[in-house]
Ligand binder design. Structure first.
Ligand code: ADP
Ligand code: MG
Length: 337
């Protein structure tokens, strides 16, 4: 049973289309990420579902009720944006309580709810600080608390972590996901960051130029990109043209293939991995230490391959060295045009 159903959603600004015929369903409690490069239409799609932008065509249903033409405040959607959109002249507590006050909820009840949610986002001791006195991460937790305290049916998060430092970003990823799971809150998260989408989501909707080009669990989308865009966006895939796909991999010659750097092995296929029987001979042209992984550029024929080797037990290869490349047979992806 679908909790959110979006059908044929279409949006233009003046006569410029942003997206057309968007269709998807979301189950109750699912964490969905809209992932895609800047300008592909993620925020506009979210704003249309939230009622902050009108749509040209299509329908939005939540819990079996059509909300396409409802005003935003009647949709039961909580939102957190990249820019905090908090009231600077109010304290953290007052910011969080604001929405409840407007609804006319009694003060005792407001106090109980705000205290509870402050604990959830771990802002105890910061209640009376003005927004200016808080760090970026704390501000974003105020924004999150303000959205959660109204007990929305759906939570929308539009790049909420993009303005924060790497370390705080990672901590808040974890916090958001934990709270979302505990509350069983249906969530749509927006990001352009592939790693963020991978670690947080139940399912990823990968967007490109106003279309959802692929959707699936993080491991499905990562391991089986359907086209060259998906392969380029989801990982460091090697893209092999039609001619070489036919020559090396015995493909039909009518489509490209994509192979991940960790699905290619140097000199020796690992035990238990079925590899193509004929290796490709090449020369190491470049070697990069990425930390846990050593990334080699290997030139074979006129193609350059990226090959990743785990650093822990890596035999090191030198630039200029001739090597054999073994391809994991089950990890060569046929791409759609
Ligand atoms: P994303 O969030 O993926 O970066 P947006 O949804 O913000 O993308 O933008 C998608 C496209 O819609 C862009 O080309 C953008 O310029 C355009 N757009 C967004 N908002 C407006 C608006 N209010 N008026 C006109 N064009 C807009
Ligand atoms: Mg955006």
């Amino acid at each position: 049973m679908s909790y959110v159903v979006v059908s044929n959603l279409t949006k233009s600004f003046d006569n410029t289309p942003v997206f057309a015929n968007i269709n998807f369903t979301i189950k109750k409690g699912e964490f969905i990420t809209l992932l895609g490069p800047s300008g592909c239409g993620k925020s506009t799609l979210l704003r249309c579902i939230a009622g902050l932008n009108s749509v040209n065509e299509g329908r939005i249903m939540v819990e079996g009720q059509e909300i396409t033409d409802l005003p935003p405040q009647k949709r039961g959607i909580g939102m957190v944006f990249q820019a905090y959109a908090l009231f600077p002249n109010m304290t953290a507590y007052e910011n969080i309580a604001f929405g409840l006050k407007i609804k006319g909820i009694n003060p005792k009840e407001i106090e109980r709810k705000v205290k509870e949610i402050i604990e959830v986002v771990e802002l105890q001791g910061r209640e009376d600080h003005l927004i200016d006195e808080l760090s970026g991460g704390q501000r974003q937790r105020v924004a999150l608390a303000r959205a959660l305290v109204t007990q929305p049916r759906i939570l929308f998060l539009d790049e909420p972590l993009s303005a924060l430092d790497a370390k705080i970003r990672k901590r808040l990823r974890y916090m958001i996901r934990k709270i979302q799971k505990e509350m069983g809150l249906t969530t749509i998260f927006v990001t352009h960051d592939q790693e963020e989408a991978m670690v947080m989501s139940d399912r990823i909707f990968l967007m490109h130029q106003g279309a959802i080009v692929q959707s699936g669990t993080p491991s499905e989308v990562y391991a089986h990109p359907i086209n060259e865009f998906a392969a380029g966006f989801m990982g460091n895939y090697n893209i092999i043209d039609e001619t070489h796909s036919k020559q090396y991999f015995g493909r039909s010659g009518s489509h490209k293939t994509a192979v991940r750097p960790e699905s290619i092995f140097i000199n020796q296929p690992p035990v238990g991995v079925k590899c193509l029987s004929t290796p490709l001979e090449g020369v190491v042209t470049f070697k990069q230490l990425l930390g846990n992984v050593v990334r080699y550029a290997v030139q074979a024929d006129d193609l350059d391959f990226s090959v990743d080797v785990l650093n822990s037990h890596a035999e090191q290869y030198a630039e200029g060295q001739t090597v054999k490349l073994y391809f994991s047979a089950d990890e060569i992806n046929d791409l759609r045009a």
